[in-house]
Design a protein around this ligand. Structure first.
Ligand SMILES: [Zn+2]
Length: 259
């Protein structure tokens, strides 16, 4: 993938970025076929980010949300990237005629990480509660040889959200949606499911879970949600909890849709 090239182009243009989705989950040590190089940018810098990538010879897709070559996340408009770019089709993964391609995606921070401060240029401090580097020592090393897990020391400094902040952010994003919809459907919801299932994944492989030893650092109300999701509970219980939290927010005069 082009992740380092993208990060460097954005840094050189003075645009701080947060690496998310496939690459982020892979750095967390989760098995994933990487199809997307996804980046979150402060809202007011999103145009500058797009221009920086154009200048680096990435070709922006002019179809925007009408593009048939995106993964199905575009069905939820809150999940749509502000800009996206395509790479050649991976014929080893998809049959002829399939329009999907690998993509580079730029997301507005208010759509995806509403709970976090705007990222800054350069590496976060080691005790930053919100962001860490893909080479952070708290990340697991790749034990099965597919290239996931912690990046090597000295790797280009790319920022990802800390796991508890990612869980809280995804919970907020999911809360914005109609409770009648399937809340976990979307690449963001699937990311959350992957985190929830990581303990079981480690148990199956007799691997020490250093990524999510517990949920103590996840703030309520997201903590209860990830506990339900990870405890082998039924999806209907997760949806019921979402409805309850949404109802409490409305009672307090808060709108779940707000960022
Ligand atoms: Zn497109």
């Amino acid at each position: 993938m082009v992740d380092v090239q993208v990060a460097r182009s954005l840094d050189e243009a003075g645009v701080p970025s947060v690496f998310m989705l496939d690459g982020q989950l892979s750095a967390y040590g989760i098995d994933i076929v990487r199809m997307t190089s996804a980046w979150v940018i402060a809202d007011e810098l999103i145009e500058r980010a797009c221009e920086a990538l154009r200048s680096a010879d990435f070709c922006v897709c002019e179809k925007g949300e009408d593009c048939g070559g995106m993964k199905p996340n575009l069905d939820f408009e809150d999940f749509a990237p502000a800009y996206h770019f395509h790479f050649p089709l991976r014929k080893d993964f998809f049959p002829e005629g399939n329009e999907w391609t690998e993509t580079l995606e730029l997301y507005r921070k208010s759509d995806v990480l509403p709970n976090l401060p705007d990222p800054e240029l350069g590496p976060p401090t080691p005790d930053d509660p919100n962001y860490m580097l893909v080479s952070d020592p708290s990340l697991p090393v790749d034990e099965i040889g597919i290239g996931g897990g912690r990046w090597p020391v000295g790797a280009y400094p790319i920022k990802i959200p800390r796991v508890p902040r990612f869980i809280e952010a995804m919970f907020q994003v999911i809360l914005r949606h109609n409770p009648d919809n399937h809340p976990m459907w979307s690449q963001w919801g699937m990311g959350l499911s992957s985190i929830a299932g990581y303990s079981d994944y480690c148990l199956e492989r007799q691997k020490v879970n250093i990524l999510t030893p517990n949920w103590d650092d996840v703030n309520p109300p997201a903590r209860r949600f990830i506990e339900l999701l990870s405890g082998g509970g039924e999806l209907k219980d997760c949806i019921k909890y979402l409805s309850e939290v949404r109802g409490e927010m409305v009672e307090r005069g808060e709108r779940p849709q707000s960022s």
